[in-house]
Write a protein that binds this ligand. Sequence first.
Ligand SMILES: Cc1ncc(COP(=O)(O)O)c(C=O)c1O
Length: 453
Amino acid sequence: MKSIKERTRLLELDKKHLWHPFTQEQEWHNEPVLMIERARGNYLIDTEGKSYLDGVSSLWVTVHGHGKKELNDAIRAQLNKVAHTTLLGLSSVPSAALAARLAGITPKGLTRVFYSDSGSTAVEIALKVSFQYWDQVKEKNKKKKFIAFTGAYHGDTVGAMSVGEISGFVKKFQPLLFKAFRAPYPYCYRCPLDRTPKGCSMACLGEFESILKKHSESIAACIIEPLVQGAAGMITAPRGFLWGVRRLTKKYNVHLICDEVATGFGRTGKMFASEHENVRPDIMCLAKGITGGYLPLAVTLFTEEIYNAFLGAATSKKAFLHGHTYTGNPLACAAALASLDIFKDEKVLEGVVQKAALLRTLLRTLKKSAHVGDVRQRGLMAGVELVADKKTKKPFAPALRTGHRVCMDTRQYGLIIRPLGDTIVLMPPLSITESELREMVDIIGASLNRVLP
Ligand SMILES: Cc1ncc(COP(=O)(O)O)c(C=O)c1O
């Protein structure tokens, strides 16, 4: 806890020197700033000593809670050995050990691990490798394009934005981006094809196949957020959709990239969302929860077949010439190894399944609220979509910033959550307790009544 004088000074420093991500700074300067100083378990603690339930896992990363002893100890132990060393021309103990562990737990066939440091870089690497692969294995190769889905979000770097489609994020940068084919993601609540939810999955797969039928000769890879499109507003795909995408990408000889940056590491109740439909992608992107939410680390996993296409003599020009300075950072890899141990020792996945069932029950009460249009959930990731009119699903005017107002209100009552437009996102740490889950949903219910009486 800081003195009033110190708090005032720190807040001035923030307003004077910080530039916050995804933030209109002019508004930021007029709003009260919540400054976090410490954290314990599933709570963040501000400079005044007030506690807040971390309802978004510090942007979808915290897995086992804050200040987890095993993670702290693993990082300290690694710190006493070496904090950083490069993977360019060298290897390191935790980076080799983690690569093997990941190859052992990800869907069968993924054997090669390429490190980077964020979800966006993991996606860039996936796209570049697929592009180069076809160039090296196919004569007269035309496979130079990608297919992605409506509403997709894969990160903020230029390649990741090109396969993304959330207009607010990418529209401004359109002239910088390459064009991707776009197939409909089954957003049943606001069906992109105007179908009933029942036929939705098949209709979307039909659209997907017709693009592949026409253009697969020019498509290197398809990238998908398996089961849930997070940033689009927690859009949950009907069962069988992912499996259908895998079947069709195989049929038309197109790589499947599963972007599990948001869904990986237990979020949906299995270690990876692809497992729900027994899908084995050719390429998988992981980041966010990989270190338990402690340090920036990402990986892109590949099959041996893809890896082999990059082998050749030093002069063959077949190597993948890409890498980031902190690639495979030993501290981050040590944290990731310790996090995987916790998954096993504390039977984390079993806990997620139980807690997800409770969350489903709790969310039923929210669904009754006059301005809740839809509730979507997979495991411990959920979205509560607010609408002006429940019957017609008419959205609120964006200028009202309804989602934002609800989230600012919950803060007064000790819960930090963030909206995606007018969808309230619930993404608590997997370590959240049942009573904390109840507390979270109770606070949101009360805030809805206050903000939208
Ligand atoms: C599915 C998905 N891919 C990629 C990213 C980008 O990750 P990062 O913010 O670490 O670059 C995100 C971030 O939310 C994501 O949800």
